[in-house]
Design a protein around this ligand. Structure first.
Ligand SMILES: C[S@@+](CC[C@H](N)C(=O)[O-])C[C@H]1O[C@@H](n2cnc3c(N)ncnc32)[C@H](O)[C@@H]1O
Length: 309
């Protein structure tokens, strides 16, 4: 297990893209900007009105994992930033956190201590033997790889999974998702209205907090968030390229983006209630919303141990 900076060697040579991604997370993404809040959480909706929905979406992952085992691999673990993430490995003896960012792993170690084993590595070239894990999760990570390496990453996650066990990969279809495309203009329109409303409120109350200006800049950024490299394949790509993976299924993790939530979900307009309706709908049509919504869970279940893939 590698944690000493001097000993850090990525198992495979890094492409420029991976180096940029690593530098981003080491210097920006996993910097704390508040009590246990990372810069990366800027891409999440942390408002109380959305909390229950986000919490329930996080817990969806546990339904698709075995509840116990020796080793759970968390590929691209980050710092294990949300409390729900701890649930995924609660029945496992060890959570093996692998990440390209050493800062992520240091933060993860602060969080889970001796329950964790920490490895600096690349999800497309896992430094583990096959069948090593009783469960695998990889959340919001594969889309950081260059397009041509993403298939290899899925194959690697599948290779290290042992028979009878399950893997959950949370991915994003980005602009390929129908719901993302049809809501883009309405979201922009809603943000314009919100900015107008904030300006009017500021005028009304000359003592109002300047934070509202920050808020509108923040919401504007959500429409075109900046950050580091991502590439998102579409649903057809997954079905075509991963067809050999046993037990492949695509179901919804969360159908709407953070921008959507910030634009349309507000306490005054019964936002919590609308999110209950959305969650209920996702539960009833997981495959459809996994396909047309923004964030799918790509699931595998390895039935039998097969010769090297
Ligand atoms: C968006 S964050 C997600 C972190 C965590 N899974 C979560 O959901 O909060 C992506 C993480 O993947 C890591 N990462 C990006 N490319 C990687 C690669 N090629 N191999 C391993 N980790 C990678 C980043 O360092 C970062 O910690």
């Amino acid at each position: 297990m590698v944690m000493n900076e001097d000993e850090v060697k990525l198992v495979n040579s890094e492409s420029g893209i991976k180096q940029d991604v690593r530098e981003f997370y080491d210097s920006v993404g996993w910097k704390q900007i508040g009590d246990d809040i990372y810069q990366n959480a800027r891409y999440e909706d942390l408002r109380p009105v959305s909390r229950e929905y986000i919490h329930r979406c996080h817990l969806r992952v546990t339904q698709h994992l075995n509840q116990e085992g020796e080793y759970l691999l968390d590929a691209g673990s980050g710092p294990i930033q949300y409390p729900e993430y701890l649930e995924y490995s609660s029945g496992f003896r060890y959570r093996v956190c692998l990440d390209i960012s050493i800062l992520a792993l240091k933060e993860a170690r602060n969080r889970i201590g001796s329950h964790g084993l920490f490895v600096v590595g690349d999800v497309a070239n896992l430094p583990f033997k096959r069948y090593a894990f009783d469960g695998v999760v990889s959340l919001h990570t594969v889309h950081h790889l260059p397009a041509e390496e993403q298939r290899q990453a899925f194959e690697e996650l599948y290779r290290v999974l042992s028979a009878g066990n399950r893997a959950v990969v949370i991915y994003s279809w980005g602009d390929h998702a129908l719901l993302v495309r049809v809501t883009r203009l309405p979201i922009q329109f809603a943000f314009s209205l919100l900015r107008l409303y904030q300006r009017l409120r500021q005028k009304e109350d000359e003592y109002s907090q300047p934070a509202s200006a920050d808020e509108s800049a923040e919401t504007a950024r959500m429409v075109q968030p900046t950050g580091t490299f991502t590439y998102k394949h579409d649903y057809d790509w997954v079905c075509r390229e991963l067809e050999d993976i046993q037990g492949l299924q695509v179901v919804v993790w969360r159908s709407v983006s953070t921008a959507f939530l910030r634009a349309f979900i507000h306490r005054l307009f019964l936002g919590k209630w609308w999110l209950r309706v959305l969650f209920w709908t996702e539960e009833r049509a997981p495959r459809l919303l996994g396909r047309i919504g923004q964030y799918p869970m790509i699931l595998f279940k390895k039935q039998v141990e097969v010769e090297d893939r």
